[in-house]
Design a protein around this ligand. Structure first.
Ligand code: AGP
Length: 613
């Protein structure tokens, strides 16, 4: 969602800020802005739309301190007045998150004569900070900027990651967080602050993450960390690992395409060293549960949103089949509000690529508060969920995923969840032989997926054929049902074709009414134990003249007369079918989007990391 970049040092601030914003573009935004301080002069520039629009309006100011922001509208439409930074008096402020009680604060400030120029909660926060900084100045306290920010934040409810710059206190940024990530980059005679480490890449690798209810006073030479309650905080800088290449397209037309093609390599990275093919098990380092504790689990709840939820649905099948433990995947935003039933024998698994999804974070906090065991399966190292899920957690090692539509993070999340199912399975019911068969087959997946990626042309031809489709119905059974959900999500996200997914057996209980020659049915029918059942459903669609694209096992000629188009997937162990189905489903959505001319990497209205509820 929104992105923050800040700089103070001896170099020029503007190129650092714009570079940072560009590397945050993937998070999704609709407007952008920069505030720079040249001497005591505060200059703010904003633009609706892309960062390139903002760039056109900027001239090099010579400033060596500044803050910048990309906004994804929550309160108020995308417009210049609503874009950040927001100015109040002589200060400028950028904000990620939501101030829940902004209306009442706005009313109080308005009664005192403060006027507002935007519809945003952030402007209210900027005005409140300005009022408090002025008060601290009048009271003659030390460090009025930091103390004013602290006092203002005592008044607010909600979430914030903020950075403040003031013409009265040049050479200093004040940052604070509650619920919205901020990371400080330590450079040579300079400091940076950002909402995401990718904004820092290329400038520094040494970082300190702010924790909730902490603030920082940042100058070129020093960073002073404190809690919002004024307790000093000591924290050593850690090193981030990403490469600048990870956030560049490297010759691919889109980040999403690059990330689809990276899957064999990153899946290999995620399972290498963790999978034990000989004993049919796996060892996930971050899962801090003993074998006895794993045996003691009486249910697993997999918590996520969107693609992460669908990875959880696949894993629920695996956990029940391989580990014989009841497992359910739940929608984070629903589960947290239904007074969930958990105990100390429940294992709650937070699934999140970004590690910042507000609903997933809130749900895992609820699980913890209720006494469940909690672990995270996360991509972004150092993200909030990764740091907060105290009982343990494991990284999926997919590397930065820039395309808003998830691809490699999905298959790597599946990879790690398969390892988890094997690890739990082997200390419970799974035999060594059965575990070894799966583990050995899993080790071959990266190579198999690499060979699938050579068949992009066939998928592109199918997309060409169906590019005019308005509605698509994805059908699957068993393990292929969550893949139908994921395929439909991919298609709607990036090509804007309406798509939904159903368990194939449910089709005749309603959706069959939709079937006509204009509806595209995408039927996932690999030759597995449920194949004949799925084939019957396919025939039902055919009998009603629906057009059918099927995804089936290589060499299967059985569906030739029943489908208009066939995409093939290699024969793999039945349990591993989701991995090989992912490739044609992702490529089909991608090629549909390209033929329809949509913005593949930054689809309209979407944000990469959804940090508001
Ligand atoms: C995936 O293509 C989507 N962009 C979206 O559904 C995403 O998976 C969801 O918002 C969860 O994100 P997370 O994994 O970062 O928590």
């Amino acid at each position: 969602m929104c992105g923050i970049a800040g700089y103070v040092g001896s170099g020029l601030a503007q190129p650092v800020l714009l570079g940072g914003l560009k590397r945050l573009e993937y998070r999704g935004y609709d407007s952008a802005g920069v505030a720079e301080l040249t001497g005591m002069e505060l200059a703010v520039t904003k633009a609706v739309g892309r960062i390139s629009e903002l760039e056109k309006r900027l001239t090099e100011s010579g400033a060596t301190i500044g803050i910048a922001h990309t906004r994804w509208a929550t309160h108020g439409v995308p417009s210049e007045p609503n874009a950040h930074p927001h100015v109040a008096g002589k200060l400028a402020l950028v904000h990620n998150g939501i101030i829940e009680n902004y209306r009442s604060i706005r009313d109080v400030l308005a009664r005192r004569g403060v006027t507002f120029t935007s519809d945003t909660d952030t402007e209210v926060l900027a005005q409140l900070v300005n009022t408090e900084v002025d008060r601290k100045k009048r009271e003659g306290v030390d460090r009025p900027l930091a103390e004013g920010v602290r006092a203002a934040l005592r008044e607010v409810r909600g979430t914030f990651g903020i950075v403040v710059l003031s013409a009265d206190y040049p050479g200093m940024l004040v940052a604070a967080r509650r619920g919205s990530p901020l990371v400080i980059g330590y450079g040579d005679g300079e400091h940076l602050v950002a909402s995401d480490t990718s904004a820092l890449l290329g400038r520094t690798r040494r970082v300190v993450y702010l924790e909730d209810d902490e603030m920082a006073e940042i100058t070129a030479d020093d960073v002073r960390l404190e809690t919002l309650d004024a307790q000093p905080v000591k924290r050593k800088a850690t090193k981030i690992s990403g490469k600048l290449d990870d956030v560049q397209k490297q010759g691919y037309a889109h980040f999403m395409l690059k990330e689809i093609y990276e899957q064999p390599e990153v899946l290999h990275d995620a399972i290498r060293g963790r999978l034990r093919p000989d004993t049919g098990t796996a060892k996930l380092g971050g899962v801090n549960l003993t074998d006895d504790e794993l045996r003691d689990i009486d249910q697993v709840v997999l918590i996520g949103c969107g693609t992460a939820l669908y990875a959880g649905q696949v894993a629920a099948y695996w956990l029940e089949k391989l580990a014989r433990v009841p497992a359910t995947a739940v929608v984070a935003s629903e589960w947290r509000y239904r007074n969930p039933i958990v105990s100390e024998r429940t294992l709650c698994v937070a699934l999140s690529q970004s590690g910042e999804t507000a609903d997933t974070l809130a749900a895992i906090r609820e699980a913890k508060a209720k006494g469940a065991r909690t672990i995270g399966v996360i991509n972004v190292i150092g993200s909030t969920i990764a740091r907060e899920v105290a009982d343990g957690g494991t990284y999926i090692h997919a590397g930065p995923e820039i395309g808003v539509a998830s691809s490699k993070a999905f298959t790597n999340m599946l990879g790690v969840l398969l390892l988890l199912a094997l690890q739990i399975g082997r200390v419970r019911n799974l035999s060594e032989a059965a575990g070894a068969a799966i583990a050995k087959a899993a080790a071959e997946l990266p190579e198999i997926m690499a060979s699938q990626l050579k068949h992009r042309d066939e998928v592109a031809a199918a997309a060409k054929r169906y590019h005019g489709t308005r509605d698509a119905l994805y059908l699957g059974r068993g393990l292929t049902y969550p893949m139908a959900l994921e395929g439909a999500l991919k298609l709607k996200e990036i090509s804007y074709v309406h798509a939904e997914a159903y368990p194939a057996g449910e089709m005749k209980h309603g959706p069959i009414a939709l079937v006509d020659p204009k509806l595209l049915a995408v039927v996932l029918a690999p030759q597995n134990a449920l194949y004949e059942k799925t084939k019957s459903n396919l025939e039902e669609i055919r009998a009603r003249e629906g057009s059918v694209l099927t995804v089936t096992t290589e060499g299967n000629r059985d569906l030739d007369g029943l489908a208009d188009a066939v995409l093939e997937v290699p024969k793999v162990h039945e349990v591993l079918e989701p991995f090989v189905l992912a490739i044609p489903l992702q490529l089909f959505a991608y090629e549909m989007a390209v033929t329809r001319g949509t913005d593949v990497d930054m689809p309209r209205n979407l944000a990469k990391s959804v940090t508001v509820e």
